[in-house]
Design a protein. Structure first.
Length: 295
């Protein structure tokens, strides 16, 4: 619901600042009135796969194990076989995010009529409080059966990215059209941290087996599990802006070639980290649409 509201309201807010862009005038004789100029700022909404590397579902990062067996790493399960990175790193090509899904913002400053530096960022944080297990009541109440209540893990997950770069703009015969090329470097981190509450799960204990008694599984297992992915990226950038007015523009952009280094880490509380690195080179990556204003 929040994303839908942002999709509707934020573009509307861009209309008012276009007045600022119309009052600046043209600093040099003969220059294109719609072209960017030294000292101007640009702010854009980035729609589509605007720098995001990972998907929303981070549960695959959590190590799986119980009181009897388990493994830490890929795949997400209790086996020692080799896993597939595609589910972790979105290696299947273009991101599947909708163009109506606002994923980030970008600020750009022109230190020359044809040169600009930019900074973009996006963030998503989710928090789930814990809920303890509550036992059922069947035996003492003949006419009323009270079911048990399942537990819920406490969970905190976040996903953020930040990119910085420099762009070179080119003038054309059409003063509304401004192609540009550039380079960008960036970093992203996706992290999930869970803690297990009281679960009501009982397991056999060697010392108590002769007595027919069991003990809580929490005695054997660390309650915390952590998984995270860190990515470093460098890429070439190519795009084109079309000025709707002197203060408002629409742009399309992609990365003709990009290199990304990924590090996956999984860590049950009390155990060593499981680390896995990955190198990736892509052609025609991260297509986006930008809607912004310049003043």
């Amino acid at each position: 619901m929040i994303k839908r509201l942002c999709t509707i309201l934020l573009p509307a807010l861009l209309v008012a600042p276009t007045v600022w862009g119309q009052t600046g005038g043209c600093p040099d004789k003969g220059c294109a009135s719609f072209a960017p100029h030294k000292g101007q700022w640009e702010f854009s909404l980035m729609l589509g796969s605007s720098g995001s590397v990972y998907g929303d579902d981070q549960t695959a990062l959590l190590p799986m194990y119980n009181s009897n067996y388990g493994s830490i790493g890929l795949p997400n399960g209790g086996t020692a076989t080799s896993g597939n990175l595609s589910g972790y790193l979105n290696l299947t090509g273009f991101d599947n995010n909708s163009l109506g899904n606002i994923l980030g913002i970008q600020a750009k400053y022109f230190f020359h009529d044809s040169w600009a530096v930019n900074l973009s960022a996006g963030m998503n944080i989710g928090v789930t409080p814990k809920k303890d297990y509550i036992e059922a009541e069947y035996e003492d109440l003949d006419n009323l059966r009270i079911p048990d209540q399942k537990y819920v893990n406490a969970q905190v997950n976040n996903n953020w990215y930040i990119n910085a770069g420099v762009d070179r703009y080119f003038k054309t015969s059409n003063e509304r059209i401004h192609p540009y090329v550039g380079v960008t470097i960036g970093m992203q981190m996706a992290r999930i941290h869970t803690k297990q509450p009281y679960t009501g799960i009982m397991v056999d204990d060697e010392d108590l087996s002769d007595l027919g008694e069991q003990i809580e599984e929490a005695v054997y297992l660390a309650p915390g599990r952590v998984g995270q992915m860190i990515a470093l990226k460098g890429a070439a950038v190519a795009g084109i802006e079309y000025s709707l007015t002197r203060g408002m523009f629409l742009a399309v952009e992609c990365q003709p070639v990009s290199y990304r280094y990924d590090l996956i880490q999984m860590a049950p509380q009390g155990f060593d980290k499981y680390n896995l690195c990955h190198h990736n080179i892509k052609l025609i990556d991260m297509p986006i649409v930008k809607l912004g204003f310049r003043f």
